[in-house]
Design a protein around this ligand. Structure first.
Ligand code: ASP
Ligand code: CP
Length: 294
């Protein structure tokens, strides 16, 4: 996060921080993406590197090529692979066929989305005085079962005993036990709830998520689950003046547009922070000299 902040200061002075000149990023997105693919792409360009892109429709994945073979190929052409896949565990599979080669998980099915969690934490860092030492109440809301961003975020939060977590979801979309066990092991303070109202006024960070339609096997269950938690201007009015509202995006109907001009809304700041965080990550992974004073 310190390097990401330094990248931000650097970009105010220079259009590029060319520490990865000659290096190639393979952006392999086997599932749709607007932010993650574009921000990794932008980050690599701002670091002076080049990018090749692979998508589900322009690759031989469509002909039935396996993930393992796809990764073996892409490492012939690049120095780092960013991988998004609809399959949970895909990043681990990719890493297992490419020992020593950097693979960055950009979302694996209903599993994890670790770089999103890093940029989310960076956004919290930037909005609460550039430090993560404050005791903050963080409320994760919505689809905590299939939402991979909150799985990764909960794990990051486990490093901050000064944070209190509220995990608010419909009963059928609770945070899976494996993540609760991690929070328990880290002695994190958290509550599992199915109502937002009791915790709204104490919340410093409200992190809303989309119900992950594409992960449901039962369409009726999806229809019953969506629309139960809608964050609107009225919700924000019940929150502290210093609180912030985040969302990894895309949003569907769970976060209304009448929140957008509220100073608490930070979900258009998150994608900007995502470029800086991913610049820091790529420079770190590829061993580039960051070249800006921290
Ligand atoms: N864009 C995020 C993800 O890929 C969140 C979402 O799609 O709802 O996990
Ligand atoms: N936040 C996020 O991962 O967005 P995309 O799915 O558009 O990449």
């Amino acid at each position: 996060m310190e390097v990401a902040a330094a990248m931000g200061r650097g970009l105010k002075v220079y259009p590029r921080i060319p520490v990865l000149q000659g290096r190639v990023l393979a952006n392999c997105f086997l599932e749709p993406s607007t932010r993650t693919a574009s921000s990794f792409h932008s980050a690599m360009l701002k670091l002076g590197g080049d990018v090749i892109h692979l998508g589900p429709d322009n690759s031989s994945v469509k002909k039935g090529e396996t993930l393992e073979d796809t990764i073996r190929m892409m490492q012939c052409y690049s120095d780092v692979i960013v991988l998004r896949s609809p399959v949970q565990g895909a990043a681990d599979v990719a890493a297992s066929v490419s020992p020593g080669f950097p693979i960055i998980n950009a979302g694996d099915g209903g599993g994890e989305h670790p770089t999103q969690a890093l940029l989310d934490l960076f956004t919290i860092h930037q909005n609460f005085g550039g430090s993560l030492r404050e005791s903050l109440t963080i409320t994760l809301l919505g689809d905590l079962k299939y939402g991979r961003t909150v799985h990764s975020l909960a794990q990051l939060m486990a490093h901050f005993p000064n944070f209190k977590l509220n995990l608010v979801s419909p009963p059928n979309l609770r945070m899976p036990d494996e993540y609760l066990r991690l929070l328990d092991a880290a002695k994190c303070r958290y509550d599992v709830l199915d109502k937002l109202e009791p915790v709204l006024a104490q919340t410093d960070v409200l992190y809303q998520t989309r119900v992950q339609k594409e992960r449901f096997t039962d369409e009726q269950e999806y229809l019953r689950s969506k629309g139960l938690f809608i964050v609107s201007k009225k919700t924000l009015e019940q929150m502290k003046s210093t609180s912030i509202v985040m969302h990894p995006l895309p949003r569907v109907d769970e976060l209304t547009a009448d929140c957008d001009d509220n100073p608490r809304a930070k979900y258009f700041e998150q994608p900007k922070n995502g470029v800086l965080l991913r610049m820091a990550l790529l420079a770190g992974v590829l061993g580039g000299d960051v070249g800006v004073k921290q």
